[in-house]
Design a protein around this ligand. Structure first.
Ligand code: CMP
Length: 146
């Protein structure tokens, strides 16, 4: 089943010049990029996106991390993309993430885990709408591939 899902390349991914490396991994996996933008997350957007973590002691550090510099919001489409993207990202804590996954290869620790992706199709719908206006998401075929 073809699905769309949301990915955020967090501030450390942008600062380490890993945008191309990470987007490239999804493209090589044949996921179609349907939305892509560099943006600053406001404090209010962090509150909304991570509201389920607001009571956690580490929430203030997530907030300062996510607002520290620009992020990349990425929307991809493909067969079972929610599951595929989650497994490509690897475990939330980079210490547990397997080699070959994005966090396993590129991220240092739980405070700087480089990437976020939606955890279910339902969440993906909400998160895509949170980060993209409808006109920023594109429907297109790939006729040039023959
Ligand atoms: P993400 O996939 O964006 O979803 C929730 C985020 O909370 C997670 O990545 C981490 O950045 C952060 N997080 C989860 N657990 C911890 C923790 N124990 N300490 C610090 N940050 C955490």
């Amino acid at each position: 089943m073809s699905q769309r899902t949301l990915i955020l390349l967090k501030p450390d991914a942008v600062q380490k010049s890993l945008i191309g490396e990470i987007v490239g991994r999804f493209e090589k996996k044949w996921l179609k990029v349907v939305g892509l933008k560099l943006m600053n997350m406001s404090g209010a957007l962090v509150d909304e996106h991570y509201d389920f973590l607001m009571d956690k002691p580490f929430f203030p550090s997530i907030k300062s991390y996510m607002t520290s510099s620009p992020i990349v919001a990425l929307a991809v489409e493909g067969h079972e993309s929610v599951k595929v993207v989650r497994s490509m990202c690897g475990a939330t804590n980079p210490v547990d993430a397997l080699p070959g996954t994005i966090r396993g290869d590129l991220a240092k620790n739980i405070d700087n885990n480089i990437i976020h992706s939606s955890d279910s199709e339902e969440t993906a719908g909400k998160e895509l709408a949170r980060f993209f206006k409808s006109e920023e998401l594109f429907d297109y075929g790939r006729p040039l591939l023959g």
